[in-house]
Design a protein around this ligand. Sequence first.
Ligand code: SF4
Ligand code: SF4
Length: 181
Amino acid sequence: MQLTKRATAVDRRPMNALEKIYLWNILKGMAVTFKHMFKKRPTINYPEQKRPFSQVFRGLHVLNRDAEGRENCTACGLCAVACPAEAITMEAAERLPGEEHLYREEKYAAKYEINMLRCIFCGLCEEACPKDAIYLSQTFAPANYGRKGFIYKKEDLLIPHPINEPEAYKKALGEKAALKN
Ligand code: SF4
Ligand code: SF4
């Protein structure tokens, strides 16, 4: 029984002299290669060249600071509760007198981790956050050889200080966050 209409009968005729040296088939193969030399390349030279991201692209998480450089996160845990992949873990701590320039709220995340191997980049953590403390940027987690390299800690996620490192801060904000602000 024939399952598809793509089946072709096998040619079992003995090969002639030209076919025996495979010259004709080599020429046919080279013609295919030659034809593609004049076509527009569908590939790009990554990482030197990058394709533009969609406006709705959700990439690597960034923990936000306010304009004075204080951490926005108040360790309320709403992002962790909203996360369907249970990728977020955190530990809360009380802000001490004299730390007002570091943390915006009275409580802050002493530890904040996201497991990028579990994350499905759904953006629900960003939606759940009442403090505009987390957003998904337009970059992605770089490749790594070990599983541990995909557990992003607070220092990996925290945006650079807007006053001390203005250029790095602007770069980390990216287009998406710039539109939000
Ligand atoms: S993007 Fe989705 S899966 Fe990833 S940490 Fe946020 S809520 Fe969890
Ligand atoms: S990132 Fe937002 S939702 Fe998550 S703990 Fe911090 S303040 Fe709460």
